[in-house]
Design a protein around this ligand. Structure first.
Ligand SMILES: Cc1cc2nc3c(=O)[nH]c(=O)nc-3n(C[C@H](O)[C@H](O)[C@H](O)COP(=O)(O)O)c2cc1C
Ligand SMILES: [Fe+2]
Ligand SMILES: [Fe+2]
Length: 403
């Protein structure tokens, strides 16, 4: 049974929702699943834009058959060669012997690598920046988007309908559940959390490259943005473009928001952070989120680090080093290029505390991190004698937030 949607008269969505995959890239939790989007343009020629993940191919192929009603696929357009979109390409090329794959040079190389094959030249249509492909009334212009988030990535722009097929950019986690367009979906806070978590973890490292693509997109008369995951953007294009601009320039969405992330084995570092949060709350701060790095998956903390302007990290010393879960978080932040945040670090250790110094070092290795000199390093737990130090830390955070 097909499960398809129409974008307009000539263009259909033939993607598939996946609720069985628990971890995207075998790493990122998918509490609301994920969709693999694929589109068909039916004109004088037909074009299939990307395919889907191996786990959902039967449904995908059924959707393609239903929409085409016996017509062949003339062009298999490949915007991105990551397997969550590519598992069906070889099947399509096999089924339609006249079909040509349309892609960048690098995408052809990746296709051969993933399939242990050599695609014959006559099956390839190599495209470069600015090239156009005429399907009849629809004409696609190709826009290269290298390293958003793979090197072979390209987008295409349908000049007839003003649709930007944007590859993974503007994608989000979460299934579509029959609702294809943003206007059909309740874009509530939990949905935005999924969108942010998708961008920051999957594409976050490549802010500069995303900025370059946003500049190219700014010149196009875009009416729809059709990504490879999540809803098609229509009404909320200005909102998602603004978010992408913020995320890709590493500016916090909410400069006044504070994330307190702690690691804690026995609860003493946790208690220190709870005490700090209450003091901040008492002083009037309203936008505070406290997270346990062992409880909350790192991908959520990364998304929060992109959102919040002020980051507090607290962790115990562990084998003369930093509590491993906290180390992982800071390493990930570094590799994703998170930068330009105000930070405070708090340490703990029972015999030779090191964690505060180590977290400070790691943060200072990131770009433009402002790490406060004010800190509390506790031995096992916050003692009454250190109450004033904690108070000074709270006041310092407030002052720096207002600066
Ligand atoms: C495996 C292990 C290694 C530790 N290594 C150190 C260490 O090298 N230096 C130190 O001062 N404390 C070390 N500690 C002790 C904890 O850092 C300390 O008890 C801290 O107060 C625990 O904080 P928590 O209550 O938030 O878990 C270690 C604890 C464990 C379980
Ligand atoms: Fe991808
Ligand atoms: Fe993808």
């Amino acid at each position: 049974m097909q499960a398809v949607r129409r974008l307009n008269e000539d263009i259909s969505w033939v993607g598939v929702d996946d609720r069985r995959l628990h971890l995207f890239e075998n790493m990122f939790p998918l509490p609301h699943g994920v969709s693999y989007n694929s589109y068909i343009i039916q004109d004088e020629k037909t074009a299939l834009l990307d395919t889907a993940d191996g786990g959902v191919l039967p449904q995908f192929l059924e959707n393609v058959d239903y929409v085409l009603q016996g017509r062949p696929v003339d062009y298999m357009i490949v915007h991105h060669m990551e397997p969550d979109h590519c598992s069906g390409i070889a099947r399509i090329l096999e089924r339609y012997p006249e079909c040509r794959m349309v892609a960048t040079q690098q995408a052809f190389r990746f296709f051969d690598q993933f399939n242990n094959t050599t695609l014959p030249e006559e099956r390839k249509l190599l495209v470069k920046e600015g090239d156009e492909l005429c399907l009849g009334a629809h004409k696609l212009r190709f826009i290269l988007a290298p390293m958003v988030h793979w090197p072979e990535v390209m987008m295409s722009f349908d000049q007839k309908d003003g649709i930007l097929f944007s590859a993974d950019a503007f994608g989000t986690f979460g299934t579509l559940d029959g609702c294809l367009f943003d206007r059909e979906i309740d874009l509530n806070a939990s949905w935005l959390t999924d969108a942010r978590r998708y961008y920051t973890n999957i594409v976050g490292k490549y802010g500069q490259q995303v900025q370059a693509v946003l500049k190219k997109a700014a010149g196009l008369p875009i009416r729809l943005i059709a990504p490879l995951h999540g809803p098609v953007w229509s009404e909320d294009i200005p909102m998602i473009l603004e978010k992408y601009d913020l995320w890709s320039s590493y500016r916090p969405e909410d400069p006044g928001a504070v994330m307190i992330a702690y690691g804690s084995m026995y609860g003493n570092t946790k208690a220190l952070c709870e005490a700090l949060a209450c003091r901040l709350g008492e002083k009037g701060l309203r936008n505070i989120k406290v997270y346990d790095v062992s409880e909350t998956d790192k991908s959520y903390l990364i998304a929060e680090a992109f959102r919040c302007g002020y980051l507090v990290f607290a962790a115990p010393t562990y084998n003369n080093g930093l509590y491993p879960k906290m180390k992982e978080l800071l390493e990930d932040m570094q590799s994703l290029n998170i930068q330009g945040r105000k930070c405070t670090v708090l340490g703990n250790g029972t015999w030779a505390p090191q964690s505060e110094k180590l977290m400070r070092q790691m943060l200072l290795e990131m770009k433009e991190m402002e790490v406060s000199e004010k800190t509390v390093v506790v031995r096992s737990r916050l003692s009454d004698a250190q109450n004033e130090e904690l108070e000074a830390v709270a006041e310092d955070i407030l002052r720096r937030l207002q600066a």
